[in-house]
Write a protein that binds this ligand. Structure first.
Ligand code: ADP
Ligand code: MG
Length: 682
């Protein structure tokens, strides 16, 4: 195998120096690269009955040239060749653009095979491909590859065909026989031949299945080995928490934990106890009860004699968390400190001192927690909430404040399982996929803009019941200024509309943070009933009396973001409503609105979002960090991904894996990928 990696592509017939440069630009350097450059689709060259073909489909037909082809020149240097072709009983037209030389090669009664796009109304094929002769001579599936520069698809096909002919028989197998047998996967040499030049659909599928599995397995092995190595090298502290005391604490909670919460608590406690450093992601939809789980974890750590830190993205959230923790810990002698940038002077000094001498057991705060002046006496557990809001750097600094503390990341952005096991493959993941009993799902409606009056009267009905409302303003991409302007316009409209009856407040990203906090506090205290806001309100604020949300131009938001926004309501016992004001222009937009009205389940939504947007787009292009697979598709091949992952986890625990010849190629691959060092993985 390594041989082929070292043989330059120029040994292949037809590849000269110049072509080699062009191929290098496509990432093809060696024979191995060339043979592993896989098609992303095939042109189906099988002959079909014209009666079954839909308009605009690609087809291949065999026919007899009926009359002298006619050639028409037009524009500058352009021409069109039209052939009347008798296909079975149909007389159709076959059109070629700018291939005038074909005229001399075709005469009436010649049998040819052509393929191209079928215009059903005009009974015409716009041809891309011609074979002078009957169909038997045509390959049933023509591979199509992504190409760049001067490299054409037909040329690449030839290069690959030549390479396969000459070297195909020497390609080494990376998958152990036992694995291939188990899943009936084609051996590599067959698979390569099948994937490039399949003779049947079955061969095509067979080959694809093998490469998908191979790709996923290699990827998962890399992740799992990396994780194992890192785990073994970063020793944390085993936190010997007090089980009885912990159970006692859990029994004082005003509700019993959901099964999903219990499972998460167990996962976390096992991590705390183990000598390895916890590196866990806790995923749970808004309102699924992550805070309690965090509190239990913090309490466990406390009973083992450690301090804990809870870091959140905004001051309001810090205050809210400090408050809810104080309530939960009311019957314990645990001490909570709050540190934000508005804690200043003497008060700040005092907190810092009490933290350093161990009087404060749990410190809640914003990024103020990671400043140099903050020193813990014995930090054992760090929890960050809404982790997607923090930079990696901030999390690292915080981790370094303790002696390898255990780390728990919490996020309310449900990440489809599919992505979770790839993106967070090197993290452990706990999922709270169950809501506490008795939650009323938010009733969601989709309204057109012309219905705004009716929406506002619905809103007023809620306000009259003493409830509060959020109004989320349109999002203008790439222009915060316009966002702000929009918010101001909507604010003016509503302030005017509700004048004398309800108080309207305005919130947007351009307000100084002190003012933002002030507005939020006023809303919290019900001094403001209608809060007009840009998406800054998205992050986990909790105002249970708010039961109504109106989202302007909802089609501009992604599903996950809409769901996140909607999570601001439905937090109390009253029925809540969310109105999506939207006139989506395309099907995807309509589909999104429909999905929102159909489900409140963040995980279902995230899966649907992923389907609509595709994996690359899911996290936004810039930060996607998603691995790119050649053949595999994380969404559609999810089943295989799960199997490969389970296999990878199992393999690396087997002695055979590390010793037997069968696995030597896989070990070699891992060695080369750098995963064995456990230091960095890209
Ligand atoms: P999250 O942070 O996941 O959005 P919270 O932890 O803020 O959710 O919980 C939302 C609300 O649900 C809180 O008021 C909390 O007290 C309550 N809650 C949490 N767990 C349960 C449970 N098992 N049964 C009933 N209510 C619960
Ligand atoms: Mg929360």
């Amino acid at each position: 195998m390594t041989d082929l990696q070292n043989i330059d592509v120029t040994v292949v017939k037809g590849i000269g120096k110049e072509t080699a440069v062009q191929l290098a630009d496509m990432g093809i350097h060696s024979i191995q690269d060339l043979m592993y450059y896989l098609p992303y689709r095939y042109d189906d060259m099988r002959v079909r009955d014209l009666a079954d073909v839909q308009h605009d489909e690609r087809i291949t037909v065999e026919g007899k040239v009926h009359s002298e082809p006619s050639l028409v020149f037009y524009g500058r240097k352009k021409n069109r060749l039209t052939i009347h072709l008798l296909v079975d009983k149909y007389l159709i037209k076959a059109v070629f653009f700018n291939r005038s030389y074909l005229k001399g090669k075709l005469a009436p009664n010649d049998v040819i095979t052509v393929s191209g796009k079928w215009d059903k109304h005009r009974q015409t094929i716009t041809c891309s491909h011609i074979v002078f002769g009957p169909h038997q001579q045509v390959t049933p599936f023509l591979p199509v590859y992504p190409v760049k520069g001067n490299v054409t698809v037909p040329a690449l096909r030839r290069y690959i065909e030549n390479a396969l002919q000459k070297y195909g028989g020497t390609v080494g197998e990376i998958l152990p026989k036992a694995v291939r047998d188990r899943y009936k996967l084609a051996p590599i040499q067959d698979a390569l031949a099948f994937i490039h030049f399949p003779k049947t659909e079955e061969e095509m599928k067979q080959a694809r299945r093998r490469f998908v599995y191979e790709e996923f397995l290699l990827f998962q092995l890399k992740l799992q080995v990396f994780r194992k190595m890192r785990r073994e090298r970063t020793r944390g502290v085993g936190q010997d928490y007090h089980l009885k005391q912990l159970k006692q604490f859990i029994s004082t909670l005003p509700f019993s934990l959901t099964n999903a919460q219990k499972k998460a608590v167990n996962d976390i406690c096992a991590d705390l106890k183990s000598p390895y450093k916890m590196n866990r992601l806790l995923q749970g939809d808004v309102g699924s009860g992550k805070t309690v789980v965090a509190a239990i974890a913090l309490y466990a750590s406390y009973t083992a004699g450690f301090q804990g830190a809870l870091m959140v993205p905004t001051e309001i959230l810090a205050e809210q968390h400090a408050e809810s923790l104080s309530k939960l810990f009311a019957n314990t002698d645990l001490t909570i400190g709050l540190l934000t940038s508005s804690v200043k002077g003497k008060a700040r000094q005092e907190i810092l001192e009490r933290l350093q001498n161990g009087e404060i057991d749990i410190l809640v705060g914003t990024h103020a927690l990671i400043q140099d002046e903050v020193h813990f006496s014995n930090l054992g557990l760090v929890i960050t909430d809404e982790q997607h809001r923090f930079g990696v750097e901030q999390r690292r600094v915080l981790k370094e404040k303790g002696e390898n503390p255990d780390v728990l990341f919490m996020t309310a952005t449900p990440i489809p399982r599919t992505l979770a096991i790839t993106v967070f493959g090197e993290m452990d993941v706990s999922v709270i996929d169950e809501m506490p009993a008795g939650r009323k799902p938010v009733e969601t409606f989709w309204a057109k803009h012309e219905m705004l009056d009716r929406v506002l009267s619905l809103m007023e009905k809620e306000l009259n019941k003493g409830r509060q409302a959020y109004v989320i303003c349109p999002l203008i991409e790439e222009s915060e200024n316009l966002d702000v302007q929009n918010a101001i316009d909507v604010y003016n409209l509503l302030a005017n509309h509700f004048h004398g009856r309800f108080h309207t407040g305005l919130m947007h990203g351009r307000l100084p943070s002190s003012e933002k906090e002030e507005v939020m506090k006023a809303f919290s205290a019900n001094k403001i009933q209608v809060l007009v806001s840009t998406t800054v309100v998205e992050v986990g604020v909790n105002v249970p009396n708010a039961t109504f949300m109106l989202i302007y131009d909802a089609e501009r938001f992604g599903l996950s973001q809409l769901h996140q926004l909607r999570g601001r309501v439905g937090r109390g016992s009253g029925q809540s409503y969310c109105i999506l004001l939207a006139d989506p222009k395309n099907e995807t937009g309509k589909e999104r609105m429909k999905i929102m009205t159909e489900t409140n389940d963040g995980f279902v939504l995230s899966e649907r979002d992923l389907e609509l947007r595709g994996p690359g787009d899911f996290f936004g292009k810039k930060q996607s960090g998603l691995p790119e697979f050649r053949v595999a598709d994380m969404v559609h091949d999810y089943r295989i991904l799960e199997i490969a992952r389970a296999d990878a986890i199992r393999f690396i625990e087997l002695d055979e894996f590390w010793q037997d010849d069968e696995y030597a190629s896989l070990r070699c691959y891992l060695e080369e990928s750098g995963a064995m060092s456990g230091e960095k993985l890209d």
